[in-house]
Design a binder for this molecule. Structure first.
Ligand code: SAM
Length: 376
């Protein structure tokens, strides 16, 4: 697997985050290379303020920080950590790292953007760009050509203004736009809905997983969450909008709740949803982290987890594995990890390796999902 990005007589060393010995995936893609080649051909003569959205592992930020001032905007805690690590590795200068909930810097000279996976996040970012940028600032986005549909370009035209595309290069295409639309449609950051058969209302910021409806796995898990006066401190690992901990908090009024997710918008949504559904008096902490990196606690007796099975575009089970390892580490002795997954994902084997086969039991199952309970 390549870790050296060599272009225009410069070479950067780039790694995904967290760095793994047996990594098979590169930290940049042909879309990053296409953007770099395009901007280098623009021959920008003086240092500019470049705003970079959704830089996956910091390749674009590292590249352009060499000559320009960079603000990197990403909803991903992991992308922030990757950019910091890659900048340090390449002796790069400091850049400004913000989330996609922050305002677009009004003094940007150029915007570069990897298109986000989720259309609601894209619409949010386009509307933010429109309200933050002068109409003369070029916006150049990139994605795999097969992911740029005519509907994607219509979103650019609706929320920004005039939009064109490039020819495809290594299966990627650039999208060129300016914030010129005179009457763009207003976009709200919030999507609110009621959970069926539950007295729970959820607000979902634009990049929250399953933000338009409840995840099917979460729906099944809601029916099997424990109620016990002995529970003290529950951790929701990969919390998304926090639906599992909202229900746990309702079932167990005495518990302390910690929610962790790598999406800043998920963490903020969970914080809002716990507060609005459980009230201001509860002991609640919501944190952005990569799994449970660096966390210590003495009293966590239940962890609930509906693990992700991809990182950016790549399907992977390494995050689920790290979540299980971290969960085992932080649980009190006798504490339990409740994991939901599609039947075919084989989480039972992983949990048995970690906790011991006799400590794993099937808490519930249906034709699609299994809920596994691992006891430390
Ligand atoms: N708990 C929610 C539910 O059941 O609807 C969301 C579950 S969703 C399948 C998995 C969540 O894990 C996503 O919100 C994702 O952002 C988060 N996630 C992905 N990688 C992570 C990581 N390395 N550390 C923490 N959270 C992560």
């Amino acid at each position: 697997m390549k870790t050296e990005l060599a272009l225009h007589e410069r070479t950067l060393s780039l790694h995904r985050y967290p760095k793994r010995n047996n990594e098979t995936l590169q930290a940049w893609d042909a879309g990053d290379e296409y953007l770099i080649n395009h901007v280098e051909a623009m021959n920008l003569d003086t240092p500019k303020h470049i705003v970079i959205l959704n830089d996956n592992f910091g390749a674009l930020s590292c590249w352009f920080s060499h000559q320009h001032r960079i603000t990197m905007m990403s909803d991903s805690y992991i992308a922030h950590q990757a950019a910091k690590a890659n900048l340090a590795l390449n002796d790069g200068p400091e850049i400004t790292l913000v989330t996609t909930m922050d305002p677009i810097p009004h003094d940007a000279d150029l915007v570069l953007m990897q298109l986000p996976k989720n259309n609601r996040h894209l619409v949010w970012q386009l509307s933010q760009l429109h309200s933050g940028l002068k109409a003369s600032v070029p916006i150049i986005a990139v994605n795999k050509a097969k992911e740029i549909h005519s509907s994607t370009l219509k979103l650019f035209e609706k929320h920004l203004g005039e939009t064109k595309t490039s020819l495809a290069w290594k299966k990627h295409r650039l999208v060129f736009s300016y914030a010129t639309h005179e009457q763009p449609t207003p976009v709200s950051a919030d999507t609110r809905w009621q959970v069926d058969n539950e007295n729970i209302e959820l607000n979902n910021l634009p990049n929250v997983y399953s933000g338009e409806s409840l995840d099917l796995g979460a729906r099944f898990m809601l029916q099997h969450l424990p109620q016990s006066p002995h529970l003290q401190h529950v951790l929701d690992l990969g919390c998304g909008n926090g639906v599992l901990s909202v229900k746990l908090g309702k079932l167990n009024p005495q518990i302390k709740i910690t929610c962790v997710d790598e999406s800043f918008m998920a963490v903020e949504s969970a914080r809002q949803n716990l507060k609005s559904n459980l009230g201001d008096e509860r002991d609640i902490t919501c944190i952005a982290n990569n799994c449970l990196d660096g966390m210590v606690a003495q009293d966590i007796d239940l962890i609930v987890c509906n693990p992700p099975f991809h990182q950016q575009q790549a399907i992977t089970d390494h995050i689920a594995w790290q979540m299980f390892c971290d969960a085992k580490q932080i649980l009190t002795s006798g504490g339990q990890l409740l994991v939901i997954g599609n039947r075919h994902l084989g989480y039972d084997g992983k949990l048995a390796r970690l906790f011991g086969k006799s400590k794993i039991k099937v808490a519930a199952s249906n034709n699609k999902f299994v809920i596994l309970q691992a006891t430390k």
